[in-house]
Design a protein around this ligand. Structure first.
Ligand SMILES: *[C@@H]1O[C@H](CO)[C@@H](O)[C@H](O)[C@H]1NC(C)=O
Ligand SMILES: *[C@@H]1O[C@H](CO)[C@@H](O)[C@H](O)[C@H]1NC(C)=O
Ligand SMILES: *[C@@H]1O[C@H](CO)[C@@H](O)[C@H](O)[C@H]1NC(C)=O
Ligand SMILES: *[C@@H]1O[C@H](CO)[C@@H](O)[C@H](O)[C@H]1NC(C)=O
Length: 213
């Protein structure tokens, strides 16, 4: 008595089982070449800028360059091999974070820097950052800033300071060197002075909101 069907099935099963590891290995062999050229790491952002963001409590588990970013806090250029930050918004900051000169130095590709409800102490900005900044905002942030400190940001086209005390003898201190300024909004800063620059006029005297013409 020779039962013919079961052995055939067994043989097929054996063939299948013996093929299976080959399929597995061939798949695992094919994976590295397909994945490595496109995205070698989890982020496309310059590693130094990634570190700087981490020091500022910006989550970096997801690539900060992918839009929309976490709370729209970061925007990048498209340079290679690493992308660089163009825009950074620090909102609702924890009081435990602080700005460091080295972190700001590695963030010197920023064109826009915004502080919203970010009560951290302002520090001297590295020259590279003051050159690159075109837009600066401090709303209810930075404790208190000086007019001289602001005046260093001479390449600004947009400046907004609101609910942030400014220490200056007058607006001239801030604006004298900002030749490219297009939009200026100053409100609730305790800065009291006559705004006699012809490019600037009051739109709302009570809250001291100003815009250039
Ligand atoms: C995201 O941020 C950029 C730059 O700060 C700004 O221009 C844009 O309007 C923001 N988008 C949203 C949806 O908030
Ligand atoms: C900051 O806090 C305000 C008020 O609690 C909230 O409305 C806003 O969404 C927060 N923004 C961010 C970016 O966390
Ligand atoms: C303004 O930007 C230009 C480059 O566009 C740079 O050469 C110059 O040094 C910057 N000036 C200041 C005061 O940051
Ligand atoms: C700003 O002015 C208000 C009202 O005049 C005052 O209570 C506050 O202490 C001033 N703040 C600073 C930082 O000078």
């Amino acid at each position: 008595m020779k039962p013919s069907p079961p052995p055939l099935l067994l043989i097929l099963l054996l063939i299948f089982i013996s093929l299976f590891p080959i399929i597995i290995t061939s798949v695992s062999l094919q994976l590295p070449p397909t994945s490595s050229p496109s995205s070698p790491s989890t982020s496309t952002l310059d590693p130094n800028q990634l570190k700087a963001l981490q020091s500022l409590n910006i989550p970096t588990s997801k690539d900060p360059c992918i839009q929309p970013s976490f709370h729209n806090a970061t925007q990048c250029d498209s340079s290679k091999p690493f992308r660089h930050l163009l825009s950074l918004t620090l909102s609702n900051c924890s009081t435990s974070i602080s700005l460091s000169y080295n972190a700001l130095k590695s963030l010197s590709t920023l064109q826009s820097l915004h502080f919203l409800n970010c009560p951290i102490a302002p520090i001297h900005f590295p020259p590279q950052l003051t050159y690159s900044l075109l837009s600066f905002t401090s709303i209810n942030s930075l404790h208190k800033i000086s007019g001289v400190w602001l005046s260093h940001l001479a390449n600004l086209t947009d400046l907004t300071v609101s609910n942030t005390p400014i220490k200056a003898s007058g607006p001239y201190v801030i604006l004298a060197h900002m030749k490219k300024l297009k939009t200026l909004t100053i409100s609730n800063t305790n800065l009291t002075a006559q705004w006699d620059n012809s490019k600037v006029h009051f739109t709302n005297e009570e809250s001291q909101v100003l815009e250039s013409s």
